[in-house]
Design a protein around this ligand. Structure first.
Ligand SMILES: [Zn+2]
Ligand SMILES: [Zn+2]
Length: 250
């Protein structure tokens, strides 16, 4: 499995971090910033995208979608593209894309917009990758993703409070990509989100092999090394705070 961190910031970006978005094999998860350009920059051909998953409708997770679709169209994509979006935001996404004349284009490619329920659901399951959704605890309905490929299991929490009552789902994952909007070192806990220290305790409880923090709040940006050292008292495995455009191959 190849994961590229196209963005790693929380809702407020910084000079070095754009809003969080991941490229996992040929699937894009959340959609902000100049994703077309970033995929090119890391050597990935955006025309190869098989699907896009929007975890929820907060602006930092969806605002890049119209421009990405337009860039794919202008670059000659003709294959249909599946876009998965939480049921709560399905109509909003439909309106958002149609506002820009992107949903029912005569020229271009077909967009298959699919509504996702807020329950455990096997979204994608082919010979190379499976992606399962599960509900998380945000200020709006939201999904996390459990991704399996090549014998490894990865969880991406998207935006959420700690999911302590779902720890069985998180047990023994190879890589836990947890949001970390705040840290008690630098700020108060943000409603609907997780502080880095709690994510690290949870990673230890769930026996994750590696903890990777994304959706990094602006107070954390620039203090990553100090924070990782702090978190070592809570989590004994490897801790990563990736920079934008970093990649992990598992
Ligand atoms: Zn967010
Ligand atoms: Zn959010």
């Amino acid at each position: 499995m190849r994961i590229v961190f196209l963005g790693t910031a929380a809702a407020v970006s910084t000079p070095s971090r754009d809003n969080t978005s991941l490229l996992v094999n040929d699937f894009l998860i959340d959609c902000s910033g100049n994703l077309f350009g970033k995929m090119k920059k890391v050597g990935y051909d955006p025309l190869k995208l098989q699907g896009i998953i929007i975890t929820h409708g907060h602006v930092d997770h969806i605002y890049g979608l119209p421009s990405l679709i337009e860039m794919l169209r202008l670059s000659g994509r003709r294959d249909p593209l599946k876009i998965y979006v939480g049921r709560h935001f399905y109509e909003l996404t439909e309106v958002y894309l149609e506002m820009h004349g992107l949903l029912y284009q005569e020229k271009g490619f077909e967009i298959e917009l699919r509504a996702v329920n807020y329950e455990k659901q096997l979204l994608i399951n082919d010979s190379k990758i499976s992606i399962e959704t599960f509900p998380v605890k945000h200020s709006v309905p939201n999904i996390g993703l459990k991704i399996r490929s090549n014998g490894v299991t990865v969880i991406y929490t998207s935006d959420t409070e700690l999911c302590e009552d779902m720890i069985d789902l998180f047990n023994d994952v190879d890589l836990l990509i947890h949001e970390s909007t705040c840290s008690y070192l630098y700020s108060k806990k943000t409603e609907g989100h997780t502080c880095a220290e709690d994510a690290a305790r949870f990673a230890q409880l769930s026996n994750a092999k590696v903890l990777c923090l994304v959706h990094i709040g602006p107070e954390i940006d620039g203090n990553e090394t100090k924070l990782i050292n702090e978190l070592k008292q809570y989590f004994l495995g490897k801790i990563l705070i990736p920079n934008d455009l970093d990649r992990i191959v598992l």
